[in-house]
Design a protein around this ligand. Structure first.
Ligand code: DAK
Length: 278
C-alpha cells in the first residue's frame, strides 16, 4: 500500500464462534494510518459470500466502526474477483422457511450499519450479492476488468440484498430493469458512464486509486463526514422532503463541533486545518 504510513495491524480476523468450520480467515484486514483495507478471501470460490464470510465481515466492520482512528474503509476482493455472489452451493437446497430462519439479512444489516465511509475497490466480477455488496458501499472504484451484474435470473431467483432498489436508483429504472431481467453484465467503463462507478483505473493501480480517494476523505473533519454521509444515504432511501430534514438537522449539529470551529478558523487564518473528530 502507498503513502508511507505505518501498518498498525495485519492479521487474519477469524471469528471462532461464527466461523467454526473454517481454519482460514475469510476476510483479511489491514490498517494503515486512518485507512482500513478489508480483503474478501475465498479465492477458490471466487469470493462467494457464504454466511461464514459475511459474519466475519460484519464483525470486522463493527470493530472498525468503534475504532476512532479509522476514518475510511476500503473493501476489496483482490485483483481477480470482487465477489461472484452469495454462495449458490449453500443456497441450492434451501426452502423459503430455511432461508428466513437463517436470518442472513441480519448479517448484511450489521455490515450496512457501519458508520464509516466505505469504498468498494472492485476488480473482476462483482455479481449478484457481490454487486449488491459493492453498491452497499458509499463509492466504487473499479479496475478496467471489473464487471457488474445481477445474474440471479439465470439461476431462477432474483436479487435479494438490495439489487433491485440500488441499481434502479444508480442507473435509473430502465437500465436496472434490463440488467435484472436479462442478467447481463456492465463493464467497468459502462458502469462508470452509467453513474454506478466513481473512478476506473488500470488493474495495477485500482487499489492505489481507492486508497487515494480514502486518504482524501480521511483528511476531512470526521464528524462532518459522518453526518454528511448519513444525510446522503438516508436521502436516497426516503422522500426529498425527509432527506432535506435530515440534511438540515445534521448541518445544525456540526456547529457544535470543535472541527467546525477549527475548519473555519483555519480558512480565515489561511492555514491547513487539524481535525480531531470532536
Ligand atoms: N457460489 C458458489 N460457488 C461459486 C460461485 C457462487 N456464487 N461463483 C463461482 N463459484 C465457484 C464455482 O463453483 C467454482 O468452484 P469449483 O467448481 O472449482 O469447486 C469456482 O468458484 C470457479 O468458478 P467457475 O469455474 O465457474 O469460474 P469461471 O471463471 O468459469 O466463471 C463466473 C466465473 C463468475 C462467470 C461463474 O463462476 C458464475 O457464473 N458464478 C455464479 C455467479 C452468480 O450467479 N452469482 C449470483 C448468485 S445468487 C441474501 C443476500 C444476497 C443474496 C441472496 C440472499 N440474503 C441476505 C438472504 C445473493 C444471491 C446471489 O448472489
Amino acid at each position: 500500500m502507498a503513502y508511507g504510513m505505518t501498518v498498525r495491524r495485519f492479521m487474519p480476523f477469524t471469528v471462532m464462534k461464527e466461523c467454526a468450520m473454517s481454519n482460514e480467515a475469510l476476510v483479511l484486514y489491514e490498517i494503515q494510518g486512518a485507512i482500513a483495507t478489508l480483503t474478501l478471501n475465498r479465492p477458490k470460490a471466487l469470493n462467494a459470500l457464504s454466511p461464514e464470510l459475511m459474519a466475519e465481515l460484519a464483525t470486522i466492520m463493527e470493530t472498525l466502526d468503534e475504532d476512532d482512528t479509522v476514518r475510511c474503509i476500503v473493501l476489496t476482493g483482490g485483483p481477480r474477483v470482487f465477489a461472484a455472489g452469495a454462495d449458490i452451493k449453500d443456497m441450492a437446497e434451501r426452502t423459503s422457511t430455511s432461508m428466513v430462519e437463517r436470518r442472513s439479512f441480519a448479517t448484511w444489516e450489521r455490515v450496512r450499519k457501519c458508520r464509516k465511509p466505505i469504498i468498494a475497490a472492485v476488480s473482476g466480477y462483482a455479481l449478484g450479492g457481490g454487486c449488491e455488496l459493492a453498491m452497499q458501499c458509499d463509492m466504487i472504484v473499479a479496475s478496467e476488468t471489473a464487471q457488474f451484474g445481477q445474474p440471479e435470473i439465470h439461476i431462477g431467483i432474483m436479487p435479494g440484498a438490495g439489487g433491485t432498489q440500488r441499481l434502479a436508483r444508480a442507473l435509473g429504472p430502465y437500465r436496472a430493469m434490463e440488467m435484472v431481467l436479462t442478467g447481463n453484465m456492465l463493464s467497468a467503463r459502462e458502469a462508470h458512464a452509467a453513474g454506478l462507478v466513481n473512478r476506473v483505473a488500470p488493474i495495477e493501480s485500482f487499489l492505489d486509486e481507492a486508497h487515494r480517494l480514502a486518504s482524501e476523505i480521511a483528511s476531512r473533519a470526521p464528524v462532518a463526514i459522518r453526518l454528511a454521509r448519513e444525510a446522503v444515504r438516508h436521502g436516497v432511501e426516503t422522500t426529498v422532503r425527509d432527506g432535506l430534514e435530515i440534511e438540515r438537522r445534521n448541518f445544525y449539529l456540526l456547529f457544535n463541533t470543535e472541527d467546525q470551529k477549527e475548519g473555519m478558523q483555519a480558512f480565515i487564518e489561511k492555514r491547513p486545518a487539524t481535525y480531531k473528530g470532536k
